[in-house]
Design a protein around this ligand. Structure first.
Ligand code: 5GP
Ligand code: ZN
Length: 151
């Protein structure tokens, strides 16, 4: 089995990490790089990416993933989003995997999207079904068996 590849010369986000393409850089650590999204849905919409080329979340080593949320938290705090009330400004952290799940750039990225009003930021909607405890119980059993087998 070949070793995971940390960089992809054709990847736009790898080029941003290397400085081959300019970006409005915010925070950089050993494992992560963050910068402003060039097509923001809200002011200060930022992206936090691992300094490791992986298309989807499961392609990225844990040490890179473990650094992403602390960086995201720091950005939220520094940009005035971290208020200790359920009311007022909020924010969403979004990470898409695959075209059907709205991923366009195939290098893992976490969106930090300020939610200040109804018009800007993430709009969330998903279909849901009525609670069915029998069905959930059966599914739970199946999933636990799969998780056990995966260890
Ligand atoms: P996705 O739909 O893949 O989760 O989101 C990709 C995001 O990357 C989009 O919000 C898009 O605006 C952003 N993006 C794409 N290309 C560039 C770029 O060259 N520079 C920056 N800063 N953001 C980019
Ligand atoms: Zn990449």
């Amino acid at each position: 089995m070949s070793a995971p590849v940390a960089h992809d010369a054709a990847c736009i986000f790898c080029k941003i990490i290397k400085g081959e393409i300019p970006s409005f850089k915010l925070i950089e650590t050993k494992y992560s790089f963050s910068f402003l999204d060039i097509q923001p849905t809200a002011e200060a919409h930022a992206l936090v990416i691992p300094k490791f080329h992986g298309a989807k979340l499961h392609n990225v080593p844990d040490e890179y993933l473990a650094d992403i949320l602390p960086v995201t938290k720091k950005l939220a705090q520094a940009t005035g989003l971290a208020i200790d009330s359920p009311e007022g400004v909020g924010y969403n952290v979004l990470q898409n995997n695959g075209r059907i799940a709205h991923q366009i750039v195939d290098h893992v990225h976490f969106h930090l999207i300020p939610k200040r009003d109804e018009k800007t930021g993430l709009v969330v909607g998903w279909p849901s079904v009525e609670t069915d405890f029998d069905k959930l119980g059966q599914l739970h059993k199946e999933l636990l068996a799969k998780i056990e087998a995966h260890q």
